[in-house]
Design a protein around this ligand. Structure first.
Ligand SMILES: Nc1ncnc2c1ncn2[C@@H]1O[C@H](COP(=O)(O)OP(=O)(O)OP(=O)(O)O)[C@@H](O)[C@H]1O
Length: 340
């Protein structure tokens, strides 16, 4: 099912939570709404679901305006950050819940429900856990059950709000890979909210970067990472260094510019390589698993942060307090909001 989001606006009192949002989601796409806390991601997800009413605009499912349709009629499945499993029910009954509560005339038979639940448990790779209670599962397993429960009613749209937010980093990374594979198998149009850039980059077909109730950029992970539309997107998708400067603009005279360099786009050398080499002093070294973050100060006094692989760091044998040269491999320059 395709989703068209047209001119959606939402105020909470005088606060604008969403400001004229337009977005088109083709059927079968997996979209991430990515942005900092308070940027309006959850509000937009709730409006798509029908849990919240927009002040203006329309939500169109497969060409049909659903704005006034009740949440029950929209055929959406939800998964939230805090597993909303029923504690007193077994895994089986949790997954069967949406089917068991259907009115008698549309409820599948007991054997059909059983077959469906077992098929879903296989899909989420927890077929041996049907008789357990939620308290007997790990956090990651609970989230997979929550997903199986959401899928039981065969939703046309799956909405996930920080589904892995409460889990530790390793389980989170495993589950997002698993979600991607699952999506490739079932192709249900899915929208998930996250503030984790890595999660969005790894899982989504398309990323919608939100900020202050507006869309800053929507594009494939490669597009938003390699061609950020503005400094906000660049900043949000990776560690960056900024340099302030002025560049001459023939038409407008001199304009203020800001140059951005991602930390891992900076090389450190022991000797000056070319005119782009800047001399700098190493202030701090921080080892972060496979990479090493080196904080330096340029001769101008500006701080700069470089991220090296552990190998590159060891080959150079860098020490705090040493004088070295830094060389940005890729610089992005923005004048106001335009990349040049
Ligand atoms: N029911 C409400 N009443 C008043 N303000 C609200 C309400 N719901 C959300 N807001 C405000 O709207 C803004 C957007 O909230 P929303 O939950 O959509 O952000 P978010 O991007 O999902 O953030 P987070 O990542 O923290 O969940 C926030 O500033 C929030 O305080």
């Amino acid at each position: 099912m395709s989703i068209e989001i047209e001119n959606i606006g939402k105020q909470f009192g005088s606060f604008t939570a969403l400001d004229d949002i337009n977005l088109s989601i083709p059927s079968g796409e997996l979209v991430a709404l990515l942005g900092p806390s308070g940027s309006g991601k959850t509000t937009l997800l709730r409006i798509i679901a029908g849990l919240e009413t927009p002040d203006s605009g329309r939500i169109i499912f497969n060409g049909e305006d659903t704005t006034d349709r009740h949440v029950r009629e929209r055929k959406v499945g939800f998964v939230f950050q805090h597993y909303a499993l029923f504690k007193h029910m077994t895994v089986f009954d949790n997954v069967a819940f949406g089917l068991n509560v259907r009115p008698r005339d549309s409820r599948p038979s007991k054997s059909a429900i059983k077959e469906k639940v077992m098929e879903l448990l296989r899909l989420v790779q927890l077929e041996g856990m049907a008789k357990r209670y939620p308290s007997q599962l790990s956090g990651g397993q609970r989230q997979r059950i929550a997903l199986a429960r959401a899928l039981a009613v065969e939703p046309q749209v799956l909405l996930l709000d920080e589904p892995f937010g409460a889990l530790d980093a390793q389980v989170r990374a495993e589950l997002r890979r698993w979600l991607r594979r699952l999506h490739d198998e079932i192709h249900v149009t899915s929208v998930f909210v996250t503030h984790d850039q890595e999660e969005a980059l790894e899982v989504a077909d398309r990323i919608v970067v939100m900020n202050k109730g507006r869309i800053e950029q929507a594009g494939t992970p490669d597009q938003v990472y390699e061609h950020p539309a503005n400094p906000f997107v660049l900043n949000f998708l990776g560690n960056v260094n900024l340099f302030h400067g002025r560049i001459p603009q023939p038409a407008q005279g001199e304009r203020k510019t800001v140059s951005y360099v991602r930390s891992h786009d900076i090389d450190i050398d022991r000797s000056q390589q070319d005119s782009s080499s800047l001399s700098a002093e190493i202030r701090h070294i921080q080892k972060l698993g496979p990479s090493v973050r080196v904080t330096l100060t340029l001769a101008s006094g500006e701080p700069i942060e470089a991220e090296l692989t552990r190998d590159a760091f060891q080959n150079l044998g860098l020490q705090q307090g040493e004088q070295v040269y830094v060389r940005p491999r890729q610089v992005r320059v923005f004048v106001e909001d335009y990349q040049i």
